[in-house]
Design a protein. Structure first.
Length: 329
């Protein structure tokens, strides 16, 4: 059984792309592996959220993951800042993380460019905090996107460096885990590319029906096919891809046939698509709302997750302390 760990950004609500992408796989994976899922709230401090925003977004993310089917009884679902062993391991790893390698990190260089007035030490050491997240449970598989692969490479560097330095074989090498064929990519509504928060083309699971209708009706299309059975331009293919994810096969076939016969009316297709997205997301949205209103449940879940995570983390930290030479008299 693999130890799988994934960190969830605490900013941003879940959109359809997340749902059909990684999240759907998490829900499946939790039954086959020892899974740790946590909300990376320490990481979010690099951008200085207000206390209200910090608390609100952690709560929202936790509610959304629960609503989508992560089971806190099965997986260990926790909030990073509830596990003090993580910052402890971060401090220890930082002693062997070098300025040069941290500065060369692509994500750091990008932040330097984007926020030149807030180049804080937390940004520079983001990769050691992420390594601590992973190594604290000796995770071997880490589902991440392409943009995180360099961080994972650095985690391996830090793990191997620790092993070499103390002549131990303690930390395993974690590998990035992308779902390959299983990853359904949901495109955005703006004609090209995938759905994403930063792209501004996303439909959120928590969007109200009226918002969804507005967003879908504004989706990019064209003036329609001029000859039968033409290949579809990207914007049109994208609508069909989303439709395949949320609508019945009959509905998709109906519009395929209309397209191939040059009789398609995109307005009709979008109306149908919007209603099918609403049908799909409504139960999820209602679960999100119910969970958000149930503070006791959130508290129970967070406490249970913290307890399970700390149990695993404290074992690692006591081993690491011993290896380093922090020992009792
Ligand atoms: N850096 C990740 C992201 O931006 C989030 C993250 C933090 C993470 N710690 C992690 C992911 C540990 C995997 C493992 O998406």
């Amino acid at each position: 059984m693999d130890i799988v760990l994934s960190g969830i950004r605490s900013t941003g609500k879940l959109h359809l792309g997340n749902y059909f992408g990684a999240l759907g796989n998490f829900v499946r994976m939790q039954h086959e592996n020892k899974c740790f899922f946590f909300i990376a709230d320490y990481h979010s401090l690099t951008t200085h959220p207000t206390p209200e925003d910090l608390h609100g977004s952690v709560k929202q993310v936790l509610a959304e993951y629960l609503a989508c089917g992560l089971d806190p009884e099965v997986a260990t679902l926790y909030i990073q800042s509830d596990v003090p062993q993580i910052p402890e391991l971060y401090l220890l790893l930082n002693m062997n993380a070098y300025k040069g390698e941290l500065e060369r990190c692509t994500s750091f260089k990008e932040k330097v460019r984007k926020q030149p007035n807030n180049i804080n030490a937390g940004l520079l050491t983001y990769p050691t905090l992420m390594a601590a997240d992973i190594l604290i449970h000796k995770a071997t598989k880490v589902p991440v996107g392409k943009d995180q692969e360099q961080h994972l490479e650095m985690t391996r560097t830090f793990a191997n460096r620790f092993n070499r330095m103390y002549k131990v074989d303690y930390f395993p090498e974690p590998v990035a885990f992308n779902f390959g064929e299983d990853l359904i990519k949901i495109p955005g509504l703006d004609g090209s590319g995938k759905m994403g928060k930063s792209e501004g083309n996303a439909i959120y699971l928590s969007d109200a029906p009226e918002t969804i209708r507005k967003k879908v009706m504004k989706a990019v299309t064209d003036s329609g096919p001029t000859q039968p059975n033409q290949p579809k331009p990207e914007a049109i293919q994208n609508l069909f891809t989303i439709m395949k994810a949320v609508s019945s096969p009959d509905t998709v076939q109906y519009f395929e046939d209309k397209y191939n016969a040059c009789e398609i009316r995109y307005g009709d297709m979008k109306k149908q698509l919007a209603e099918d997205i609403i049908t799909f997301t409504t139960p999820i949205r209602q679960r999100i709302e119910a969970i958000l209103a149930d503070n006791d449940k959130l508290q129970r879940v967070a406490r249970m997750g913290a307890e399970k995570a700390r149990e695993s983390a404290s074992k690692t930290i006591s081993d690491v302390r011993h290896i380093i030479g922090f020992r009792e008299f």
